[in-house]
Design a protein around this ligand. Structure first.
Ligand code: PEP
Length: 249
């Protein structure tokens, strides 16, 4: 079943005390009860947040994991470690990871497998750069990112994934895709999925938009028929903005 989702990606912001204070504010905030709320803090916060969110309807997400199950990978964190502290979802393939850490869709597909094997949900990010859009390559880029990252899955596995369309040129820039631009890509993603997996799967997968979503633009984005919510960066660090975005459906 397609779900409405608002997920906050805190990125590398807030130390543990600051993070706990914001999480307490979010727990106490007036959030939309008709959508799933997800919070993705830095790794170091996850264990304590898992305890704080026990009994809460807010879901805990990580921002990445390693593609292997365990072993000699200094500095890395496995999907099973995330699961063991109460993580339910893992953001994978964020454009910052693709560009700064050279992740590609193929290696991210292994992470998708790890996350699913632990019974968690991948939030699989895709998106084109400004140059790719200007050169009219955006459809092809999105198609290959989702095909390489997700199309090895079976129907049930794919339905356990959430897709986040995040045009790179709109992340953290203050520039948002227009509702028409975002809707066009979301609809294209559903059509691409429908070709290989059928209409039912395409209609039931949740596809989020990410890229400078704020309280004042969330409503028109979330009103688009193929947009099921948002992956929110900067605005998720402000409880009032995050709560207002959750009420934008
Ligand atoms: C993000 O990091 O996924 C994001 C969309 O960031 P921002 O909302 O700040 O553009």
């Amino acid at each position: 079943m397609r779900q409405k989702i608002v997920a906050g990606n805190w990125k590398m912001n807030l130390n543990l005390e600051e993070g706990k204070a914001l999480l307490m504010e979010i727990i106490d905030a007036n959030l939309n009860e008709n959508c799933q709320i997800i919070v993705a803090p830095p790794f170091i916060h996850l264990s304590q947040f898992g305890t704080m969110l026990n009994q809460s309807r807010i879901s805990l997400a990580a921002q990445n994991c390693h593609q292997q199950e365990l072993g000699a990978f200094t500095g890395e964190v496995s999907a099973s470690m995330l699961k063991s502290v109460g993580v339910e979802c893992v953001i994978l393939g964020h454009s910052e990871r693709r560009s700064y850490f050279f992740e590609d869709s193929m290696s991210i597909s292994y992470k998708v497998n790890q996350v699913l094997s632990q019974g968690m949900r991948p939030i699989y990010c895709c998106g084109e750069t400004l140059m790719q859009r200007q050169e009219n390559q955006h459809f092809e880029i999105i198609r290959s990112q989702i095909r390489e990252g997700l199309f090895h899955l079976n129907e049930m596995e794919l339905l356990n994934c959430v897709i986040a369309y995040e045009p790179v040129w709109a992340i953290g820039t203050g520039e948002t895709a227009s509702p028409a631009q975002a809707q066009e890509i979301h609809s294209f993603i559903r059509k691409t999925i429908a070709k290989d997996f059928g209409e039912l799967v395409a209609d039931n997968i949740s596809i989020l938009y990410g890229g400078s979503v704020k309280p004042d633009n969330a409503k028109e984005l979330f009103n688009c028929p193929d947009i099921d919510g948002g992956l929110i960066g900067g605005a998720s660090l402000n409880v009032d903005h995050f709560a207002a975005i959750s009420h934008s459906f």
